[in-house]
Design a protein around this ligand. Structure first.
Ligand code: PLP
Length: 388
């Protein structure tokens, strides 16, 4: 490993949401944070150099992504995901969550229904509600050790007011990487019912051996005709503070509708820093990413070993993708409030608690594994003691 992920970088004092705002979010100061999905690792050196070069220029006027940046995305998608996309399919937007909000406005009307599959990344639900649409829930099924999509329930859920489905692929927080069969079945149902798939693939590069991310739109021409893909280099390369994303749609009508949504908010300029960082990351960041994935797998193995030895009641789910471990603590017999109090007030650790992710989240916790092993060790030591 050429990168050093072991040495902690002190992020306090950088206005980091994860490290500097625990009082604002939890009412408690100084918690050890393993919650929000960013990494405690420095970005790869080529990204840092690209940002320095951009900063040194000193003029930060209105910017668009250069064509070379789009080409870097096209090359990356082909190389890493076998997905051949074209420049004309891509629209740049401020972030994946803002884009999903624009997409809700583009593909549905107030009062219409949009499907989510909880437990799932919580802004999905809030975005639907905030836009005056109705949330239609198709909770994931938990069969033994594995979460799956419930297709029969999905068929029953869809009615003539249902317009879109927000897919989380890979799925945060249950860490599933959906298989070809699962995605094909989902596409077949959505196609039959005229449902647009808003495919949030921001975790697409964070996938572990034995699993393979398939872009929904790459499955078939039919899949592409109903799918808008939302992606960004920010999750893969730890650039969340640079705020940028891409919406990709090969279908002209879907693309035009999204583009009209973007125009309504006059979002037509890029962030000068994110364009530079995205291009550098996609061109030069592959080896850094491979090493991050290896390190996160090591953290997952460490977590699994600690839990099985010291907190055997905890059930850990396989980490197929994302760097977010999903842990079932229901066997400990605590209410969610008791769990939260023990973890935050006694252990002084800050995780994302399961109920945030909606139906199926009660009694679970999500642990961010993208941190130095010593940080994870410290958090687990405190948590095990507080939960025993
Ligand atoms: C599934 C998913 N989508 C979107 C985001 C955030 O995207 P953005 O920062 O581009 O709005 C996250 C961040 O954790 C995520 O997990």
């Amino acid at each position: 490993m050429t990168y050093d992920f072991d040495t902690p970088v002190d992020r306090r004092g950088t206005a980091s949401i994860k490290w500097d705002f625990s009082r604002r979010y939890t009412g408690i100061d100084g918690l050890l944070p393993l919650w929000v999905a960013d990494m405690d690792f420095p970005a790869c050196s080529e990204v840092v150099e690209a940002l320095k070069r951009r900063a040194e220029h000193g003029v930060f006027g209105y910017t668009l992504e250069p064509e070379s940046c789009y080409q870097a995305v096209i090359d990356w998608m082909k190389r890493r995901h076998g997905w051949e996309i074209r420049r004309g399919w891509m629209l740049s937007a401020p972030g994946v969550v803002p884009s999903l909000n624009l997409a809700l406005q583009a593909y549905s009307q107030a009062g219409e229904r949009v499907i989510i599959q909880p437990p799932v990344y919580y802004p999905f639900r809030e975005s639907i509600i905030n836009n005056g649409r109705q949330v239609a829930e198709n909770p994931l099924r938990l069969d033994g050790q594995r979460y799956t999509m419930d297709f029969d329930q999905l068929e029953r859920l869809i009615d003539d007011q249902t317009r879109a489905l927000i897919l989380c692929s890979p799925h945060n927080p249950v860490a599933r990487v959906w298989s070809r069969e699962e995605l094909e079945r989902l596409v077949e149902i959505c196609l039959r019912h005229g449902i647009v798939i808003l495919s949030d693939e921001i975790h697409h590069d964070l996938v572990f051996p034995g699993h393979h991310h398939l872009p929904t739109a790459s499955l078939s021409a039919e899949a592409a005709s109903i799918t808008v893909t939302f992606t960004s280099a920010t999750k893969t390369f730890n650039l969340a503070g640079l705020g940028c994303s891409l919406a990709i749609a090969s279908d002209e009508e879907l693309r035009n509708r999204f583009s009209a949504s973007l125009k309504r908010i006059w979002s037509d300029a890029a962030n000068a820093f994110s364009a530079a960082a995205t291009e550098a990351a996609y061109r030069h960041g592959e080896s850094w990413l491979e090493q991050v994935l290896e390190y996160v797998q090591g953290n997952y193995r460490f977590l699994a070993a600690v839990l099985s030895e010291r907190l055997p009641e905890a059930r850990l789910f396989p980490l197929e993708g994302t760097y977010l471990a999903w842990v079932d603590l229901r066997a400990l017999g605590y209410t969610d409030e008791q769990l939260n109090r023990r973890i935050r007030e006694r252990a002084r650790v800050w995780l994302d608690d399961g109920p945030m992710f909606g139906t199926g989240g009660a009694g679970f916790q999500r642990i961010n594994l993208a941190c130095p092993r010593s940080t994870l060790e410290r958090a687990l030591e405190a948590m095990v003691r507080a939960l025993r």
